[in-house]
Design a protein around this ligand. Structure first.
Ligand SMILES: Cc1cc2nc3c(=O)[nH]c(=O)nc-3n(C[C@H](O)[C@H](O)[C@H](O)COP(=O)(O)O)c2cc1C
Length: 382
């Protein structure tokens, strides 16, 4: 991985990012991170709110919330946030007020889990059957079901806007419903939603159109996409990159480049284990570069996944790989990471990419070894 140690180039990461699409105070974004802190009914709690806000206070220019389900049948995770009712509007308001108060912006991530809706009574999917790793049978979606999904995304986006968010992000990554439609493995339909690449992408495009119609042209719509399904027989990077460009040309404002699903080979997984500063950093940078090189001028590319050190980030910015950089696990270990970097402590993130956070989030108490050591007063990454 190329690294740049030139201070002037590193400083560019922290300079205000003036652009017509989405001006920001720097290039760092807290990527969506579910931390299992909502109530069992999907309501925000003081803990779930503070876990979102702390990254903004820690210097991130924008915070993408944990993924929020748009309907009960689209709920994937334990203690996940729900944007399926107007009860969520004051919760978004509390978040946006707090995030704005520290100079950051708020993006609410919206998700329908489809076949991966393990916390729903019944799960829907493009063509029925089971989801890899789950034994629960799913219901094949009708066109009316698809229209409901579009309406649910649109209504949730309107709630986010009503609560003062600066934008929404459609979660079309990581094996949830919109990935399932894109997947030649999971989508066996023979109508206009299945078969060809254009047909498999139709669900994501329709959801985008419905959200755009609901929120208008001036509201920012981001979309997170896995560039590869990361499994034999699934879609690969060529289709992932084409899908990204296609969605940007439809009007998506910010395309977040991610990879993989819950059933991918480990090296393609969204949260790659064992990434460390230097060589194994930025595993999805090649995908972002491919998207950025052909992206429409009035759009931005956000690269997320295994970003850990300033010299690598400076090189990615210098090379024009992406406009923005998304960080998830390092903010769990050190919510104040960006401020630390800005204040001249340029050591890489202390995160060891062990995924203890991911394994334990469902219990509501995150077990991050780095966070634990800091709280116990023993933290010394040197
Ligand atoms: C505990 C945990 C929860 C996550 N929750 C979400 C989520 O709600 N939505 C999402 O798009 N990605 C989620 N991710 C994936 C991250 O946003 C990110 O894509 C991935 O972890 C790679 O970035 P990192 O190396 O900086 O952690 C989660 C990851 C972790 C570790």
């Amino acid at each position: 991985m190329k690294e740049i140690n030139d201070r002037e180039k590193i400083v560019k990461l922290f300079m205000p990012f003036e652009n017509e699409v989405f001006p920001l105070r720097n290039r760092f974004v807290r990527a969506a991170t579910w931390l299992g802190a909502c109530s069992g009914e999907g309501r925000a709690t003081p803990l779930s709110l503070s876990r979102q806000i702390e990254a903004a206070a820690g210097g991130a220019a924008a915070v993408i919330t944990e993924s929020a389900y748009v309907s009960p049948e689209g709920r994937a995770l334990r203690r996940q946030w729900g944007l399926d009712s107007d009860d969520a509007i004051p919760e978004v308001r509390r978040l946006s007020d707090a995030v704005h108060a520290v100079g950051s912006k708020l993006i609410v991530q919206l998700c329908h889990a489809g076949a991966a809706a393990s916390y729903a009574a019944s799960a829907y999917s493009p063509s029925g059957g089971t989801y890899p790793g789950y034994d629960k049978d799913t219901i094949a979606m009708t066109r009316e079901d698809m229209s409901k999904v579009c309406r649910d995304f649109a209504a949730a986006a309107e709630r986010a806007r009503a609560g003062g968010a600066d934008g929404v992000e459609i979660h079309a990554a990581h094996g949830y419903l919109l990935t399932q439609f894109m997947s030649p493995l999971l989508n066996k339909r023979n109508d206009e939603y299945g078969g060809s690449f254009e047909n498999r992408l139709r669900a994501a495009r329709e959801v985008y159109d419905a959200v755009r119609q609901a929120v208008g042209d001036s509201f920012s719509i981001w979309l997170k996409l896995s560039m590869t399904e990361g499994v034999p027989g699934g879609y690969g990077p060529d289709e992932g990159i084409d899908a990204a460009l296609n969605l940007l040309s439809c009007g998506v404002n910010v395309l977040e480049v991610s990879s993989g699903t819950g059933y991918s080979a480990p090296r393609h997984a969204p949260s790659v284990v064992g990434v460390s500063a230097g060589d194994s950093e930025a595993p999805f940078a090649g995908y972002a570069a491919a998207v950025k090189s052909k992206a429409p001028k009035n759009s931005l590319v956000l690269l997320t996944g295994g970003l850990r050190s300033l010299p690598v980030l400076a090189a990615l910015l210098e090379e024009g790989t992406a406009d923005l950089f998304g960080i998830s696990r390092p903010f769990i270990a050190e919510p104040d990471l960006i401020n630390r970097w800005a204040e001249d402590d340029a050591r890489p993130s202390a995160c060891i990419s062990c995924n203890a956070c991911l394994r334990t989030a469902g219990g509501g108490v995150i077990d991050c070894p780095i966070m634990r050591e800091r709280q116990e007063g023993e933290w010394d990454p040197l």
